[in-house]
Design a protein around this ligand. Structure first.
Ligand SMILES: [Zn+2]
Length: 171
């Protein structure tokens, strides 16, 4: 199809204009486009997105949202767990997730997309990997439960139906 002007002449360069959406504009558009129960996730304002915390972003975006609670909690949680004798990876497995990234997390596991854990989309939740703290060659509830005890000192814990990570979010 050719785009024409009001006289029926095809619009070609130099009369055509390329319209480009910024990377932040595209990211915010995801909040509009992704099907989800309406009202769960508002479209965050441009002012809440940052490029200052690349360790909190997800791989498909250069922008993220990071709440003050996340900044206070991210490393302090790991220190508290290690002080409680629990082995930890040096970094969380997931902090901010874009709507598309969040959907792909579930699709790659072969599961329906779950918007219940939408606090990641607002930069208000952190996932920490659960390691085999009791050295029985399994990661199970005996490793998960002690890390939940640590997490409850920092925020609210949501059960994500797996023992291999703890989801903690801003209370
Ligand atoms: Zn989570």
């Amino acid at each position: 199809m050719t785009l024409c002007n009001e006289r029926g002449s095809p619009i070609t360069p130099p009369f055509s204009k390329e319209v480009v959406q910024s990377s932040l504009g595209r990211l915010r558009q995801e909040y509009v486009d992704i099907p989800k129960p309406s009202g769960i996730v508002p479209v965050p304002g441009v002012e809440v997105f940052t490029q200052d915390h690349p360790d909190c972003k997800c791989p498909d975006s250069e922008w993220c949202i990071v709440s003050p609670w996340v900044l206070e909690t991210k490393d302090a949680f790991i220190q508290a767990a290690e002080q409680a004798g629990l082995p930890m990876k040096g970094e969380p497995t997931s902090v901010y997730r874009s709507p598309v990234w969040n959907a792909n997390v579930y699709l790659e596991m072969g599961k329906a997309v779950n918007w219940h854990y939408h606090r990641h989309l607002l930069g208000e939740a952190i996932d920490y990997a659960v390691l085999d703290s009791n050295h029985d060659a399994n990661v199970d509830e005996h490793d998960y439960d002690p890390l939940v005890d640590v997490a409850l000192d920092f925020g609210d814990v949501e059960w994500e139906y797996v023992f291999n990570h703890v989801h903690v979010q801003e209370p």
